[in-house]
Write a protein that binds this ligand. Structure first.
Ligand code: GLA
Length: 676
């Protein structure tokens, strides 16, 4: 974190929308927030229509009372700029600011994020309300942090209107140094007569009958992410000028698959990185997603971060919204802390009576305080107070997983050998066995310069990679590191041009293999694997025809059209080792292969734990904090020495993790530290 939050210990709270309730309710809110130990709430996120009843006329009376009340009750405010939901009057005056979808359909106001990110009128209006708020509240004693906008791009990551087209062309002129030939070359526009003679001929990738141009689509994704980022930095700069010491954040959504933003570009612009995380009802092991996303946000932040939203129970936006089982909310929240969160917040404080989110869970449910959720909320507040000293500690890792939004966007374009490849699923597949084994993981960008702090670097899916990143990864192996690369990686450059001469393109030499044809499998199909893999090993999703060019075969296909062809290879390169997984092994086989790599690279788990126990270590200056979370409901006895912070009891020899519960042991410093 570049800024420190002024709230002590682990921050605790949620989105607070008092404007939806009569003022008598606010008094009860304060009493109950104190009872639960809430010390930070996000206010004003969707208050634009009430704060600015008509253009340039402000009414801050309600917000004055809310902030004063919070301050009187010792609760800090994470004050939002309300720019995610422009009021109806704005769209009546500026109908051109409404977003247009791929098919040319103009969307209506009456919900939220119903604006075009490139609209000059929107930008002017957003900065006007931001400036007014900043000037009024910069010195307010309740103000601890600015919450800029809300989940940028959640509903309007891309707008295809004419204004966006102009902005896209401007962005392209910068990217291609005003040289249209460079753009034509990068986009390969000799294909299908797509050559552009004039910048004005270029459009957003609107709906077409046949497949779009992949490079055009990819640049569009980059543009959309940058366009929203420009809105963020514009607001942030207004806030910084008014209150230079107040940190600004905006809530990321790192597990959001549609229209993702390139958060590697965003994170350095935030004073404090924060994230929202929601479980998917259909995920059989959502705790793995909690951990993966926590590690990803910690990596984006380069240290501790804030969980800005999660849910006490069910959400309301999935086809069926699963409620959380006994203890699940506590396990989720404490797992976020284990993975680096220094603050835990929910959407939202009080369950809404009206509006689109009336069936979303909250800290204070419709049923009131006589409810399981409320009791759990009060208990969690006490837990977080007990963990105050954990704040600021972090989790150094010896294993890094490459995560890249450009590679993700490119992989998921519609013109692939298989449309079944999903970047986040491929990464999760590799992350799971590491999580089960209790191995700490960082996520890195592909061009990370200081790779030598890692022993093992995994690139489960790096379809697109530029020359610099590919060279950096190869040099890491040359110097003695272990690298593992997943299938269909290194295939294209930053413009989505295929790297000629054989697959996996950019990684051919370091991996010591040569591929000449992908053989993707149909959904549900699988092939057998034989060699140094468990008996009955199988693989699915993808296979390819490769031959060894220096590497050894660890496993080959046992049947099917590629019977006998290498499927998993290992290559000694320089002083290191490079593995290629040309297929997707079944989970047990993948776990075995990753374990072998890990052992050869000398990477140990944080602690040996039985199945179902998640183990994570946060390292502080004076102590280590060992988090043990029981997802299997069996309980466990784990070797440890120190003090269990949630109960305050000393631990000698071993600690009991209660069934479905959590233990956090303060131990003497043992985990390795990254030398700065
Ligand atoms: C998002 C938003 C919140 C709320 C929640 C509901 O995260 O930021 O305003 O809509 O979803 O899950």
């Amino acid at each position: 974190m570049k800024h420190t939050l002024s709230v002590p210990g682990i921050a605790y709270g949620g989105d607070y929308n008092p404007e939806q309730w009569p003022e008598e309710v606010w008094v009860e809110d304060m009493r109950l927030m104190r009872e639960a130990g809430v010390n930070l709430v996000s206010v004003g996120i969707f208050s634009w229509a009430l704060l600015e009843p008509s253009e340039g006329r402000f009414d801050f009376s309600r917000m004055d009372r809310i902030l004063d009340l919070l301050h009187e009750n010792g609760i800090a405010a994470d004050l939002a700029t309300p720019t995610a939901a422009p009021p109806a009057w704005f769209f009546r005056a500026h109908p051109e600011a409404l977003p247009v979808d791929e098919s040319g359909r103009t969307l209506s106001y009456g919900s939220r994020q119903t604006f075009c990110p490139s609209s000059p009128a929107y930008r002017t209006a957003a900065l006007r309300i931001t400036r007014a708020l900043a000037e009024r509240y910069a010195g307010h004693p309740a103000l601890a942090m600015w919450h800029v906008h809300n989940e940028y791009g959640c509903h309007n990551a891309a707008c295809y209107c004419d204004t966006s087209a102009v902005a896209f062309r401007r962005w392209l002129r910068t990217r291609y140094a005003d040289d249209l030939d460079r753009l034509n070359d990068a986009w390969g526009t000799t294909f299908w007569s797509q050559w552009y003679y004039d910048w004005d001929e270029i459009l957003p990738p609107r709906a077409t009958g046949a497949d779009p141009n992949p490079a055009h689509r990819l640049d569009w994704r980059r543009f959309c992410s940058d366009e929203l980022l420009a809105l963020f930095t514009a607001e942030r700069d207004v806030l910084r000028r008014a209150a230079p010491d107040v940190p600004a954040t905006t809530n990321f959504m790192v597990n959001f698959s549609v229209d993702a933003l390139d958060y590697w570009r965003w994170a350095p612009e935030l004073d404090i990185v924060s994230n929202d995380h929601y479980l998917r009802s259909t995920d059989p092991e959502p705790e793995i997603d909690v951990a993966l996303c926590g590690d990803l946000v910690r990596s984006l932040a380069g240290g501790p971060w804030l969980l800005m939203e999660h849910s006490t129970g069910a959400v309301n936006w999935q086809p069926v919204n699963r409620a959380k089982g006994p203890g699940e909310m506590r396990r989720n929240a404490l797992a976020h802390v284990a993975h680096g969160a220094d603050g835990i917040a929910f959407f939202q404080w009080r369950a809404a009576k009206a509006g689109a989110e009336q069936w979303h869970s909250a800290m204070l449910p419709h049923a009131g305080t006589d409810s399981r959720i409320w009791r759990d909320v009060v208990r969690l507040g006490a837990d977080l107070r007990a963990l105050a000293e954990v704040r600021g500690s972090t989790s150094p890792a010896r294993v890094a997983v490459v995560w890249d939004w450009n590679a993700r966007w490119a992989l998921e374009l519609p013109c692939q050998p298989s449309r079944e490849l999903r970047f986040a699923d491929l990464v999760r597949r590799w992350y799971e066995p590491l999580w089960r084994a209790g191995v700490a993981v960082d996520f890195i960008r592909p061009d990370t310069p200081d790779l030598d702090r890692y022993r093992l670097v995994l690139a489960p899916s790096l379809y697109l990679v530029d020359d610099t990143a590919a060279a950096g990864l190869a040099e890491f192996v040359e110097r003695g590191g272990t690298l593992a690369v997943g299938f269909h990686s290194g295939a294209v450059d930053e413009n989505c041009h295929v790297r000629l001469g054989g697959y996996p393109g950019a990684f051919r030499e370091v991996l010591g293999v040569h591929g000449d044809e992908p053989f993707p499998l149909l959904p549900g199909d699988s092939v057998g694997l034989a060699g140094q893999v468990p008996p009955d090993a199988t693989a699915g999703l993808w296979t390819e025809h490769i031959r060894l060019a220096g590497a050894e075969s660890v496993a080959r296909y046992a049947d099917g059209v590629l019977a006998g062809v290498p499927a998993i290879t290992r290559h000694s390169y320089g002083s290191g080792t490079a593995w290629y997984l040309a297929t997707q092994p079944d989970p047990a086989t993948l776990a075995a292969v990753l374990e072998r790599m890990r052992q050869e690279a000398g990477v140990r788990p944080e602690r040996e734990v039985p199945p179902g126990i998640e183990v994570v270590r946060r390292c502080g200056t004076d102590a280590d904090y060992l988090f043990l979370i029981d997802h299997a409901g069996q309980g466990a006895e784990i070797p440890a020495d120190g003090v269990e912070l949630l109960t305050g009891k000393p631990v000698t020899g071993s600690v009991s993790v209660p069934e479905g519960g959590v233990a956090v042991v303060r131990e003497p410093v043992t985990g390795f530290r990254i030398k700065k």
